[in-house]
Design a protein around this ligand. Sequence first.
Ligand code: NDP
Length: 332
Amino acid sequence: MAYLADDNRYEKMSYNYCGTSGLQLPAISLGMWHNFGGIDNFETSRALVRRAFDLGITHFDLANNYGPPPGSAEETLGRILKKDLASYRDQLVISTKAGYGMWSGPYGDGGSKKYLTASLDQSLERLGLDYVDIFYHHRPDPNTPLEESMKALDMVVKQGKALYVGISNYNAQQTKRAAEILRDLGTAFIINQVSYSIFDRWTEDKLIDTLAAEGLGGIIFSPLAQGLLTDKYIDEIPEDSRVASSSQFLNETDITTEKLTKIKELHHLAQNRGQSLAQMALAWVLRHDSIASVLVGASKVSQIEENIKTVDQLAFTADELAQIDKICNLDV
Ligand code: NDP
């Protein structure tokens, strides 16, 4: 039977303007870095996307290299769009990126105009789309003039292949310079995608203020520290978890005794607030006005269902914020 989206989906989510742009993003977006590759079960990936959309998640985030194999997450979303979501295209915000190594030789990595424009064409082909909503430069490239990478972003907007552009993993100074260049070009530059969580605070040193000053929105990746900021690792390492998988980005050595103690204390604090640790960790990131959305990954539908309930309780008392910092051994 053809998929029909839940009529009440927009009542379950809150939406935030992305910087000073007119584009609103759901407070919770779905990231497709893990669990959407060619190696994953297609029906599971499809169920995650459909449930997310039914719960008001309108934004799906990709990159050229997501898989494995690289490119296959875009193909998976392309198949799901075709099967289920084609008639909802105008209700979806789909993003992709280029910047990490994608194909061999000098033109498949970095920030050259040659790489970025070819990569977006390939992404559109895999997605089966004429345009993406947001196209990002995935990381700063010290070997390419920033002007060249930004002009490539400007070009894809003028060509109609992306509606808006963004940068990812750029620090405060790089963000400011990118904004100057793109403002001069008149490009629809709206967003920086960076990591931030209770355990990962680098953005607090200038970047969050820079986003606000430049009228940009922030979208946060790994807000759950890849799953550590949930209750899943408190008693054991579940067999079906990212830590137990062959992920090169998260493994057992990341769960030190010290970290586990912090996780338990944070879990206790979240329970006192009447929410799960995952929900508290997401709300904590969303407390900044300049952060439009958190990009959450999921391996199970139940995780998406738990995570979207974050929007029911976003407020923190000063005392709760101080307790979180204290648990993290930060000065209060
Ligand atoms: P998270 O910190 O949200 O971690 C997601 C993982 O945590 C899930 O896959 C799942 O792992 C676990 N999880 C999620 N919700 C729950 C829950 N309620 N209870 C228990 N476990 C839960 O984010 P990611 O690290 O996955 O990153 C999110 C997205 O950000 C990516 O998909 C990608 O789109 C983007 N990203 C961008 C980067 C960039 O350089 N721009 C870099 C990295 C990510 P499990 O498998 O253990 O169930």
